[in-house]
Design a protein around this ligand. Structure first.
Ligand SMILES: Nc1ncnc2c1ncn2[C@@H]1O[C@H](COP(=O)(O)OP(=O)(O)O)[C@@H](O)[C@H]1O
Ligand SMILES: [Mg+2]
Length: 278
């Protein structure tokens, strides 16, 4: 698979002064490579011995029963578990060929390259416009004079511009849940991440908002690698190129989505995934 590296990851060049894209090492490998990865809390393993390559430039879905460790795994991908009491990681996890946990990488830099969207929209208590550019300002990715254009471009990119252009200075908390999630997506995209992680981002949204978010996500690849946790198997089937199925503390099976659903190798996968659709 060809990786698109070091270019504007948004297709917005010309529309706005794009934040400089995070330079990625020029290796044509996976976005993430987990080897013998074990994640535990207080000495109890949640997931053990995970070997998984997450392909670059594609959508990968993480599925499995509630409590099987999907969120824990996802949050490990951008070091969000670092400060969780009792959390421990062993084995190795690489991002574009660089070890995330060997003590050399800076979590703040990692989180700029690997953005995240949570289950519930979490706009900051700032105006709509300031929300979009919050990361850009924190990382000093643009000049002050460029911020308005960046806010507009990102709001247009997520399809929110028409709805909010007359109230950019207002609070985001009066927006609908779906609009707030799109705003958070605009904020995440504004720093030009190489990877976007999403934890059940549509679970609190109505079908129309869900469709809008799904369309946005599929439009991001191949420039951005997308990893999405979902309990909605139909959603995985609709938008994911690859699916990883976690079960009973293990990565039970992973591969191209259609194969996993239609022709699973493992009994657990067959039981949980196949036969649910068509
Ligand atoms: N901060 C934490 N401290 C201790 N245990 C946790 C913590 N977060 C999650 N767990 C436990 O780890 C397991 C996996 O949780 P999680 O990753 O949230 O699963 P999923 O997202 O698949 O529902 C669960 O048993 C959960 O109770
Ligand atoms: Mg979860």
């Amino acid at each position: 698979m060809v990786q698109l590296l070091g270019n504007d990851t948004t297709g917005l060049a010309g529309a706005a002064p794009a934040a400089p894209a995070a330079p990625e090492p020029s290796v044509a490998g996976p976005a993430f490579a987990a080897r013998g990865l074990t994640l535990s809390y207080g000495g109890t393993a949640v997931l053990a011995d995970i070997d998984l390559d997450v392909p670059a430039g594609a959508v990968t879905a993480l599925v499995g029963p509630t409590g099987c460790g999907k969120t824990t795994f996802l949050r490990s991908l951008n070091r969000m578990n670092d400060r969780v009491p009792g959390f421990r990681l062993s084995g190795s996890l690489e991002l574009f060929g660089e070890d995330l946990y060997d003590g050399t990488s800076d979590p703040l830099v990692v989180r700029r390259r690997v953005g995240m969207l949570f289950q519930r929209p979490n706009p900051f208590p700032l105006s709509i416009r300031e929300n979009v550019v919050a990361g850009v300002k924190a990382h000093r990715l643009a000049r002050r004079s460029e911020l308005s254009a960046i806010a507009e471009a990102r709001l247009r990119q997520v399809g929110l511009w028409e709805a909010v252009s007359d109230r950019l200075g207002s609070s985001p908390f009066r927006l609908s849940g779906g609009q707030q999630q799109l705003l958070c997506l605009a904020r995440a995209l504004a720093v030009s991440p190489a990877v976007l992680l999403l934890d059940e981002p549509t679970s609190s949204l109505d079908p129309v908002s869900t469709a809008a978010v799904e369309a946005m996500l599929t439009s991001l690849v191949p420039d951005i690698t997308v990893v999405i946790v979902t309990h909605n198997l139909a959603q995985a089937r609709r938008i994911a190129d690859h699916t990883a199925f976690f079960h009973q503390g293990r990565l039970a099976e992973h591969g191209p989505t259609a194969r996993l659903f239609d022709d699973p190798s493992e009994e657990a996968t067959r039981h949980s995934l196949s036969g649910h659709f068509g």
